[in-house]
Ligand binder design. Structure first.
Ligand code: ADP
Ligand code: MG
Length: 364
């Protein structure tokens, strides 16, 4: 850690504190997350969810984990530095964002999500605080709760911040998947457009109540499995008709409302996947490179070593991103729905950052 000069605390979350720091050798500004819990072995560290999942991610819209350091039983993650998070940008803002700004951010987040889901992971804790922004670029961060799609249910432990939590998780389904991230994105998109949370529940029961008040109580035919889940925990849905989302999003375009409505579908199977969302009319001014046209040069790299031993005085283990693995993507997508345009359609280039993303995508 003596290679870094700590500058200032920039975040303090559930699992650790985050500091802006300077790499004294390279002059690079980084973010260092110091974990609260002590780690007594290197194996324990490299098996952490955050490490296991982030080691496998390499995408312009996923925050880059540069190094993992264990020193004196304290674990540090060294990330690329980002200026702020989406919550900071929304907080105390007097005026709405332009829809084009929201579109740009969301398009990037969905690209990051599509990549993550294809690699077999889902995030489980998407919320404005975990989406980091630097200039025009936004990246998904905080993989502390990320899960492998193929990992064995039941998933019982704490999951995601309540306001962005999908109904199947609220109803304690033992099995769920990447669709929980799509639900969270519907809530986040709406919040970006109104600067107010869409489902600000004060408890888990109130959360379901708030969801019913917005999208209406699900009928049995709309979400049979949800009714089964509710029956299992003896929960009765309140009977509320809901409102048209366009009433709650008066300044939003029809396409934005349509996309948020589909993302916030009760039934996870009815939510579009991230790849499908990238084809939605809301993003038709954005430029998307379908996976089939991207460079096929991504090759599996050397798997991470167990780390190098530090000096006997200051026990240090290090792992750096140069040892990242790059596994084959696995697909887990449902059929494309009608409001989405055909896969493979390329859209015209509109924004500078997309040029930059595109460049990175092609050389990946
Ligand atoms: P926790 O698991 O404790 O929530 P996070 O990884 O979400 O930890 O980090 C907490 C906060 O620290 C974030 O909301 C963000 O404001 C800040 N932060 C995290 N990573 C970075 C980064 N790479 N660059 C700048 N700030 C960051
Ligand atoms: Mg966080």
């Amino acid at each position: 850690m003596e290679r870094y000069k700590v500058i200032k605390e920039v975040g303090n979350g559930t699992f650790g504190s985050v500091w802006r720091a300077l790499n004294k050798q390279s002059g690079e500004v980084v973010a260092i997350k110091k974990m609260k819990k002590k780690y007594y072995s290197w194996e324990e560290c490299i098996n952490l969810r955050e490490v296991k999942s982030l080691r496998k991610m390499s995408h312009p819209n996923i925050v880059k984990l540069k190094e993992v350091i264990r020193e004196n039983d304290i674990l540090y993650f060294v990330f690329e530095y980002m200026e702020c998070n989406l919550y900071h940008l929304m907080k105390d803002r007097p005026k709405l964002f332009l829809e084009s700004e929201v579109r740009n951010w969301c398009f990037q987040i969905f690209q990051g999500l599509a990549n993550m889901h294809q690699r077999g992971y889902f995030h489980r804790d998407l919320k404005p605080e975990n989406l980091l922004v630097s200039k025009d670029t936004i990246k998904i961060a905080d993989f502390g709760l990320a899960r492998e799609i193929n990992s064995k249910p039941p998933y019982t432990e704490y999951v995601s911040t309540r306001w962005y939590r999908a109904p199947e998780v609220l109803l304690q389904s033992p099995i769920y998947g990447p669709a929980v991230d799509m639900w969270a994105m519907g809530a986040i998109m709406a919040e970006l457009l109104t600067l107010r949370p869409l489902f600000p529940g004060s408890s888990e029961a109130d959360e379901i109540y708030k969801i019913c008040s917005v999208i209406g109580t699900p009928s049995k035919s709309e979400w049979a499995h949800g009714h089964e889940l509710a029956g299992t925990i003896n929960y009765q849905f309140p009977q509320i008709p809901g409102v048209n989302l366009s009433v709650l999003l008066p300044s939003a375009s029809e396409d934005a409302v349509n996309l948020i409505t589909s993302l916030c579908s009760w039934d996870p199977c009815k939510r579009p996947t991230a790849v499908e969302v990238l084809q939605h009319r809301f993003f038709q001014s954005c430029f998307y490179v379908p996976p089939s046209l991207r460079s096929k040069t991504a090759v599996a790299r050397t798997p991470p070593s167990a780390g190098t031993k530090g000096s006997s005085e200051q026990k240090t283990n290090r792992w750096s991103s140069s040892t990242l693995t790059n596994p084959k993507p696995s697909s887990n997508f449902s059929p494309i729905k009608s409001q989405f345009s055909p896969a493979g359609v390329q859209r015209k280039l509109q924004m500078n950052y997309q040029v930059c993303c595109l460049g990175k995508l092609l050389i990946r």
